[in-house]
Design a protein around this ligand. Structure first.
Ligand code: ADP
Ligand code: MG
Length: 452
């Protein structure tokens, strides 16, 4: 029996032993590479298959092979990406469709106790310079909750992995330290729980329900902005957990000092532990993320297509995933890999064009949103601090990003004297040089302007 015949017989046997979906997933694009006496080298398309085959199916394959040829005593799996060269997408079920339905279903599995989604784990979280610090802090917290950084405050723009990371901490603690009680909650849910507890005069029992928690994860705390009653209650909940050395993990789209209408005492609590940010991934990291996502689904796409996606979809990681899913959907419908032209068409909505993004409307919109104001507030004739600073920031960005003249900016802001604009721009520039926090704010606003 030559190698080919031997492997075909093994595959025929394996098909009888395991489900069709599993067979298609793990045995597509495998072959015997070589045979040296009692050892057989099997080539597999990627690390994922290698791990599964050697951990889960080693004995079964060896026994099957040994039954066919009793000189065989050992198997070695080796990764040979070439073996899947012709198979663009190698996770095909018997009906010829990509088996993503099962995966999709799994993605929505939420643990009822903890509210955590089991999909968000450290193992599938790609680390690069853009999120290194947050990742390291998150790992430290998950290894020693309540004692390394408390609270841990992670901030960054939309779709950059905040929820993934803070849930990964929760999942790891839940797995490794079984006795610890973990609870994940979005700020929106938190506020609505507080509101209904107040309404039904059940605040005490709401607080009691939270007291056995060892790790409280609250996502998107910028949502507390302006919600005074909820902030007050949250402050007390925070304190009572904190005093008992319970771990608190928070996320937000901006740093604590930039969250508008946040009570001072709550802001200083948020700032009392470790603050770490997540910024935008660079090209290489975007490529790694795409490849990791494909590997997770056990799928493959040609390198030139991945490079096109990585160099053009820059907004955030959620968009990268969206772009990838639309390519996979195309494959599912057409049963063929899209060529580069088709990819360009498919991704029109995702592609980031640096030429059309910064404009007057976007700057005004981004500044107003960032500071939780209505756009028209920026033009109010008022000296209120909450308005003056955002207005000066808007003027500064119009000058710096769009090169508007001072008089043009003055006209936009209700015909102010253009020296007021000069003063505003100088002030913001000077302050941002002296004050890292303002620089950070400007960066976060620019990120919105250029990605919106
Ligand atoms: P945010 O909460 O910051 O808006 P999410 O955590 O919801 O962002 O992330 C958006 C999507 O991108 C999720 O599907 C998440 O799994 C994925 N993602 C984000 N960061 C990473 C990363 N570093 N590695 C792998 N996937 C990531
Ligand atoms: Mg989120």
């Amino acid at each position: 029996m030559n190698n080919n015949e031997l492997w075909r017989s093994v595959l025929a046997q394996m098909q009888l032993c395991i489900s069709k979906a599993n067979f298609a997933t793990w045995f597509q694009s495998t072959e015997i590479l070589s045979r040296e006496n009692e050892r057989v080298v099997i080539s597999v398309p990627n690390a994922f298959s290698k791990e599964w085959l050697s951990n889960k199916y080693y004995k079964l394959i060896l026994k099957t092979m040994h039954d066919l040829d009793n000189t065989i005593k050992e198997l070695v799996f080796t990764i040979n990406p070439q073996s899947s060269k012709n198979l663009v997408i190698n996770k095909i079920t018997e009906s010829g469709k990509i088996n993503t339905d099962q995966l999709k279903f799994d993605e929505f599995k939420i643990n009822k106790e903890t509210n955590l989604n089991h999909r968000y784990v450290f193992e599938n979280f790609v680390v690069g310079s853009f999120n290194e610090l947050s990742h390291a802090a998150a790992l430290a917290v998950s290894e020693n909750p309540g004692h390394s950084y408390n609270p841990l405050f992670i901030y960054g723009g939309v779709g950059l992995g905040k929820t993934h990371l803070i849930q990964a901490i929760g999942n790891k603690i839940n797995n490794d330290l079984k006795k610890k009680r973990v609870k994940y909650i979005s700020s929106e849910k938190f506020v609505s729980n507080i509101v209904s507890a107040i309404r039904s005069k059940n605040m005490e029992s709401f607080k009691i329900s939270l007291s056995p928690i060892d790790v409280l994860i609250v996502d998107d705390v910028q949502f507390f902005a302006g919600k005074n009653k909820s902030q007050e209650e949250f402050f007390h909940i925070f304190n009572s957990l904190y005093e008992k050395n319970k771990q608190i993990i928070l996320s937000s789209d901006k740093p604590p000092n930039a969250i508008p209408e946040l009570e001072e005492r709550l802001r200083s609590r948020f700032e009392g532990g470790m603050i770490a940010d997540i910024s935008l991934p660079d090209y290489e990291t975007r490529l790694v993320i795409l490849k990791t996502k494909l590997q997770e689904k056990n799928l493959k796409l040609p390198e030139n297509i991945l490079e096109y996606v990585a160099s053009n979809v820059k907004k955030n990681i959620r968009e990268l995933e969206g772009a990838l899913n639309s390519l996979l959907m195309y494959h599912k419908i057409n049963n063929a890999t899209p060529d580069l032209e088709a990819v360009k068409k498919l991704l029109e909505g995702f592609v980031f064009s640096p030429f059309s993004v910064a404009n007057y409307k976007k700057i005004i919109e981004s500044v107003a949103k960032f500071y939780n104001l209505e756009e028209k507030n920026l033009f109010d004739a008022t000296r209120r601090k909450e308005i003056v600073k955002p207005r000066q920031v808007a003027m500064f960005l119009l000058r710096k990003e769009l090169k508007y003249s001072f008089p043009a900016i003055a006209r936009k802001f209700g015909g102010k004297d253009h020296t007021t604009v000069i003063y505003a721009c100088k002030k913001i520039l000077q302050e941002s040089e002296e004050n890292n926090k303002l620089t950070e704010e400007l960066n976060l606003i620019k990120q919105r302007v250029y990605s919106g």
